[in-house]
Design a protein around this ligand. Sequence first.
Ligand SMILES: Nc1ncnc2c1ncn2[C@@H]1O[C@H](COP(=O)(O)OP(=O)(O)OP(=O)(O)O)[C@@H](O)[C@H]1O
Ligand SMILES: [Mg+2]
Length: 295
Amino acid sequence: MTEILTVDSSRAADVLAVIHEAFANRPPLDPPATALDETLESISEALDAHGGLLVEHEGRPVGALLLEPRGRLLGLRRVGVLDSVRGLGVAAQMATRAETIATARKFGGLEIEARVELPRTVEFWRRLGYVESGRNGNRLNMLKMLPITRVLRTAEDTRAFGEWLATLLRHGDLVILTGDLGAGKTTLTQGIGQGLGVRGNVTSPTFVISRVHPSLDDGPPLIHVDAYRLGGAAELDDLDLDTDVIDAVTVVEWGEGLAEALAIDRLELSLTRSDDDVRTLELRPVGPRWRELLI
Ligand SMILES: Nc1ncnc2c1ncn2[C@@H]1O[C@H](COP(=O)(O)OP(=O)(O)OP(=O)(O)O)[C@@H](O)[C@H]1O
Ligand SMILES: [Mg+2]
């Protein structure tokens, strides 16, 4: 049985032992990981300040990490898992728990540092939704923002949210909208168009797959794409969007699984319809561009 515990300095010796063993088993790095310099004192201090996670498998400590608040982000440090439990998903379980903690403590996202010399570690975090946000030599910063949720009671609320969102948008930005038929994707895009101050009514493009709405002043145009009838990412490429997206704000309905390749930085929005026409919106910012949403 595997158990994840939130721990303070009373478990410092176990956390230290896991970190030392896990990091000693890594290939040599340049510069070397400083985890091996951690002492009972330094770990106790860190755990008393911000806490950490300890994973026990059949009663034995096998995984650990330290939590470290950095402004609106929760940093995860010294993420260590013993070789003897590789493949049991211990690291993924710790990452999930850390996300739960970050959400409960109202952080805007999570941040880790990975070494480029360890591509499997980098890939592990990427699969969990972390993207590169900075680099310092061989040290890669990776960031995952937490979703923002809003309840939108009326179509007007949805439009107003779009208008607010438009105040954050600038040329080159990509917004991907997901939701069932009639969920409110076009309604939201109308609000974005209104907020951006673009020409023409934003409607469901029935016969065309994309439509460009030029700005009425010197702001970015809106490219509104309805990918519902698109066969796949290749067809999206055929639209030749890449030429314009740099200068425009691009909003893609039904873009999930298709449009992500257009940009690392993007806003993923999903709309879910419940009873009484109420919509629940989940906004997931992806990429370093959206760090500013944290401030
Ligand atoms: N809270 C709400 N938010 C958004 N739309 C709402 C809401 N309540 C009612 N509506 C209505 O639901 C409809 C949503 O249609 P809309 O075209 O925006 O959906 P869509 O997700 O773009 O659909 P499609 O998948 O066909 O493109 C509109 O007629 C709108 O007035
Ligand atoms: Mg639509």
